[in-house]
Design a protein around this ligand. Structure first.
Ligand SMILES: C[S@@+](CC[C@H](N)C(=O)[O-])C[C@H]1O[C@@H](n2cnc3c(N)ncnc32)[C@H](O)[C@@H]1O
Length: 430
């Protein structure tokens, strides 16, 4: 495909996403099935074009002065790639499969369009209805935080200390340019290619042999802050695909016991192969069974209960840019309810003196500090573990600057920590 044909295809795919309200990944997959002539390089380039357009959907449309898929893709070429109007015009020749040439208005806007007078949600590329929540969360940094969430994310890996040191894993992945991450002692960061593509690990021996797992640095830090001690009894209540479970198991050096469960059995599916690849031996998967309480024996039994709660995922917009435009107020309400429920259920399994660690990949105070405050108001036998104490237990005192500004817990974000957005709070039962 020519570069122009790729842009035309990206406009077509974005139109599909917008008119049929479907996830970007599904629209890209369907396009690939319907256009089998397109090779893997074309498909990867198209995915980057579409995701880039979604990252800066609001600002790109503002620049061009229209909300059409064409305007958004053209505007994103300027916003994300720094292309000039002439360079964009050279791609839109109208010949072959390239998009029709730029109109005079489009050319003028791509030359002169600016965001100076745009409202904050446009400048920060977040949904307008979330503007009050962003303002409450970040104050004057709301736009800057939004822009950082609209950037591309690097590929982060966690070194599996059951199998390798960071030095050994870095050596094995040196050809990908892997470098230690600045905050997590276990992290390696693989830079994106110039056109925004992530390296594939599918054929990498270091990955296939379990030396590394794909895990954002923020997620690594969240698991480290749970500070599991080898030998402890740990319940990972929202284990899902097991990103945190695997990190906890390695931190415990395969000693003690982790019980991994989830409300939805199908979400636990990928965990089995991952546990095997990582040579994890201290994890028992407790699959939910209808009408049966598979955790009855753990009531009041656990030193640590990890709640990696269901949330809106506002912190992961760098990796899922279509999610920010798909989320609706009703979904937020639903998540708040689920968060209260899951915290309530977690409390049951914490033994006296034990800890409950609450994690979200959201940056909205309603899902974070406010849920913890609501829980503490109801459960008077629990108290907050201060950020300093959490960091001391994890051996990460240098992260004190990430103590959250709205109450208990720590907050990470692309702007402040260069990671996905995370909230981590610790509670102790009397
Ligand atoms: C953020 S995801 C977990 C991600 C996972 N821990 C990881 O690190 O890969 C949240 C999970 O919580 C599960 N969940 C939601 N409500 C729950 C509940 N009441 N009890 C247990 N799991 C629940 C969801 O099915 C989902 O898999």
């Amino acid at each position: 495909m020519t570069p122009g044909a790729r842009i035309a295809a990206a406009i077509e795919i974005l139109a599909d996403i917008e008119t049929r309200h479907r996830p970007a990944a599904d629209a890209l997959k369907d396009w690939g099935l319907a256009h089998r002539f397109a090779g893997s390089k074309d498909r990867a380039a198209l995915a980057t074009l579409v995701f880039d357009a979604l990252r800066c959907r609001a600002s790109a449309a503002w620049i061009v002065g229209e909300e059409t898929p064409r305007a958004i893709v053209l505007g994103s070429l300027r916003e994300m790639r720094g292309l000039s109007a002439d360079e964009i015009g050279a791609l839109c020749t109208g010949e072959g499969h390239a998009p029709p040439p730029l109109s005079e208005v489009e050319r003028a806007r791509l030359t002169e369009g600016a965001l100076d007078d745009a409202p904050d949600p446009v400048r920060g590329d977040y949904p307008e209805w979330l503007a009050p929540a962003f303002a409450a969360a970040f104050g004057e940094s709301a736009v800057a935080e939004g822009r950082a969430l609209a950037a591309r994310a690097p590929l982060d890996l966690r070194v599996n200390t059951l199998k390798a040191t960071r030095e050994k894993a870095q050596k094995a992945l040196a050809h990908l340019g892997a470098e230690p991450t600045p905050l997590s002692p276990l992290g390696l960061r693989v830079p994106l290619s110039e056109d925004g593509r992530s390296a594939s690990l599918a054929g990498e021996p270091a990955y296939l042999k379990g030396l590394v797992e794909i895990q954002d640095e923020g997620s690594q830090l969240a698991a480290l802050l749970a500070a599991p001690v080898p030998g402890e009894q740990v319940l990972d209540l929202c284990a899902g695909g097991g990103g945190k479970t695997l990190a906890l198991a390695a931190a415990m050096d395969n000693r003690g016991q982790i019980y991994a469960t989830d409300r939805e059995a199908r979400r636990l599916g990928p965990l089995y192969a991952r546990l095997e690849r990582a040579t994890t031996r201290n994890v028992q998967v407790r699959n939910p069974r209808r009408g049966q309480n598979v955790l009855a024996d753990l009531e009041g039994h656990c030193d640590l209960v990890l709640v990696d709660a269901p949330c809106t995922g506002t912190g992961t917009w760098r990796r899922n840019p279509d999610a920010k435009w798909r989320i609706r107020p009703g979904a937020l309400e639903q998540r708040l309810k689920e968060q209260d429920e899951v915290l309530e259920s977690a409390a049951l399994y914490v033994k006296p003196g034990g800890r409950l660690i609450y994690i979200t990949c959201s940056l909205l105070p309603a899902e974070n500090e406010e849920r913890i405050a609501a829980f503490l108001a109801r459960y008077t036998d629990f108290s907050a573990i201060g950020a300093e104490a959490l960091l001391a237990a994890a051996g990460l005192p240098e992260l004190a600057r990430f103590a959250g500004p709205h109450g208990t817990g720590l907050r990470l974000s692309p702007l402040t920590s260069g990671t996905d957005g995370f909230f981590i709070a610790g509670l102790r039962r009397a």
